[in-house]
Design a protein around this ligand. Structure first.
Ligand SMILES: [Fe+2]
Length: 602
């Protein structure tokens, strides 16, 4: 879902360096990933904080051994040619002196420029004999557009044949106007210079621009873990009426975790009973590029066999008498049908301290809200733990008292997979088998069904499971939550795969509200059915987009827009009333001012 030639979200090679014992590379290609991970480890060991935070491409290059320089200069892309060729490497001019290997390995700059929109690529050439050609990494900064490669025979009349193309996902094409230069993007190049036209283009993988990122890679957290538990967060990984999942963090000095809990009514007696104790499972969470706190312990306890609709008090600790946190509390979901309310928020992502004010305001003004749904992009840099540390810090005092229902946004996928999200939140695993566990799930709360989907992954395969959830429920109210909106509040940001795979099911089973994020501009659509406006919410589904952080996008008026706002961060409280079967939906800004309201009656 990225646009060609526009700034890309900064990803990481965290995955590559996230294992302490790196697996040896097997096969004919010494791994760029392993080499970069090794360099990163050595940098962390040998360089000062100041040196790590002021790295330049030149300094990185000087730090490399001759062998590392060789691998990073030849093993990113390789292939075999049948005849002598002239190789052209087209390089984003914004890269300055990068990549280091171009000049060093004898490429010379030509006067040819490839232009595309706002971007220019300069062209570097070198002659190679028939046989294996190896090209190096994109850049130590990991930014800007990945370079392109074209090949021409040195001898007129020779026909170039390319074999053993590595990595395997790369493809060949004729270099001409309208060609798709990247294998992972559908955008096209509209102006191929006559000097290169008709040559053999190696279509590269734009996602691999970050493979050798060593600059701006290292991070420091403001919130270093200690022996005292923090980041206590409630989630559901089992039935919300009878279970509660509690997670927290400590330094690795704390080897075990326990939860002490009892019903609040029993605790409040003059002579309270002894609390029950539940063991937590303890796992290491490793983020090797977080220099000042690379490994912490995450503890997870799942309390089961609880009584529905009951408030419990609890504390977490290491089992020692002094190790317990102050008492906090949670309330299980009601056994039957009862009125309740919950909070829904769109992207927090940026300005987490401002988001902190908003969420604390929500908690103070609506303590009755039973749980908090966040429709993805909880943080901006989902692969970087310091961003998560800031998120948890700003949610302190709330998510240890109200269950968080998180959803995967694109920013949780930074670097390719949502590893930190999955490792930090223990969630329900009743989702479709076509997506990894915890990416999608569903639960019922009182008379409402909540279906959480992963819109980062292909929507169509998740549809069968979605239909099963919607068709089998007897719930009065149905809510579906995912990140990428089916109907955008901006221009050209609709997610047509989401719209075609899921909205017909929302129509068929009458989903009341769809809660989304991603667009950073508030939207409430008219009730829609078959993408058309219908008379009222009884006949169609209302789609919401909201944003709870500080990053804002423009609003564009669409046929389906009933109400939109620009530059307003909001939290939404959705109250389900039983008498009269009403849903009262309200959006509030950070000052607590009511900004939007809708009442749906069944
Ligand atoms: Fe997003």
């Amino acid at each position: 879902m990225r646009n060609l030639f526009f700034a890309t979200t900064a990803g990481l090679l965290l995955l590559a360096v996230s294992t302490t014992s790196l697996r040896a590379h097997v096969g004919p290609h010494p791994s760029v990933h392993d080499t970069v991970a090794g360099v990163a480890e050595r940098m962390k060991r040998d360089l000062s904080t100041n040196e790590l935070s002021t790295l330049t491409p030149k300094k990185v290059e000087q730090f490399l051994t001759a062998r590392e320089r060789e691998i990073l200069g030849t093993e990113h892309i390789s292939f075999r040619v049948n005849v002598p060729v002239r190789v052209s490497v087209m390089r984003d001019v914004k890269l300055g002196d990068e990549p280091f290997w171009l000049k060093q390995r004898g490429f010379t700059q030509t006067s040819i420029i490839v232009k595309e929109g706002r971007n220019s690529f300069d062209v570097w050439q070198k002659d190679f004999a028939a046989g294996v050609v190896g090209l190096g990494i994109h850049a130590f900064t990991g930014v800007d557009n990945h370079y392109l490669v074209s090949l021409a025979p040195q001898k007129l009349g020779d026909k170039v044949e390319v074999t053993d193309l590595y990595p395997g996902q790369l493809r060949l094409a004729e270099f001409k106007n309208g060609v798709e230069p990247y294998v992972d993007q559908s955008a096209t190049l509209q102006s191929v210079p006559p000097e290169l036209e008709g040559q053999t283009l190696i279509r590269t993988d734009s996602e691999r621009e970050e493979d050798a990122r060593l600059i701006n890679l290292f991070r420091w957290t403001q919130y270093v873990a200690s022996e005292k538990p923090d980041q206590v967060v409630l989630t559901w990984s089992d039935e919300p009426r009878t279970s509660q999942t509690i997670q927290w963090r400590t330094s690795t000095k704390v080897k075990r975790g326990y939860v002490r809990y009892q019903k609040k009514s029993e605790y409040n007696r003059f002579n309270p009973r002894k609390p029950q104790v539940s063991n937590a499972s303890t796992k290491r969470l490793e983020t090797p590029t977080l220099v000042n706190d690379p490994v912490v312990h995450r503890h997870t306890a799942v309390l089961r066999g609880l009584q529905a609709g009951t408030t419990y008090v609890y504390s977490v600790g290491d089992g020692s008498a002094e190790g317990w946190t102050e008492l906090s509390e949670f309330t299980t979901a009601p056994a039957g049908v009862q009125p309740f309310s919950f909070v829904y928020m769109g992207d927090a992502q940026n300005g987490l301290d401002r988001w902190g004010s908003l969420v604390h305001h929500a908690f103070r003004s609506r303590p009755d809200a039973a749980f908090y749904v966040m429709a993805g992009d909880l943080v901006n840099r989902g692969a970087e733990r310091n961003d998560w540390d800031s998120f948890f810090h700003n949610a302190e005092g709330i998510y240890d008292r109200r269950t968080l229902v998180p959803v995967l946004g694109n920013h949780e996928y930074q670097g390719g997979t949502p590893r930190l999200y999955v490792e930090q939140f223990t969630l329900l695993t009743n989702g479709p088998s076509c997506v990894p566990p915890e990416h999608a799930y569903s639960f019922q709360y009182a008379n409402a069904l909540f279906v959480i989907l992963d819109s980062n992954l292909d929507p169509a395969p998740q549809s069968a499971w979605l239909e099963q959830q919607l068709s089998q429920t007897k719930a009065t109210w149905k809510f579906v939550v995912y990140h990428h909106p089916a109907y955008s509040s901006g221009g050209n940001r609709d997610n047509l795969e989401v719209r075609s795979a899921w909205t017909p099911l929302f129509d068929k089973y009458h989903v009341d509200m769809v809660l989304q994020g991603h667009d950073h501009a508030y939207l409430r659509t008219y009730p829609l059915k078959g993408s058309q406006r219908v008379a009222g919410p009884k006949d169609g589904t209302v789609y919401i987009i909201s944003v709870s952080g500080t990053k804002m996008y423009k609003q564009e008026k669409h046929d389906y827009t009933e109400f939109g706002m620009t530059n307003v961060a909001t939290y939404q409280v959705l109250g389900i009333q039983i008498s009269g079967n009403r849903l009262v939906y309200r959006a509030y800004d950070v000052d607590g001012k009511l900004r939007d309201e809708l009442v749906i009656e069944k």
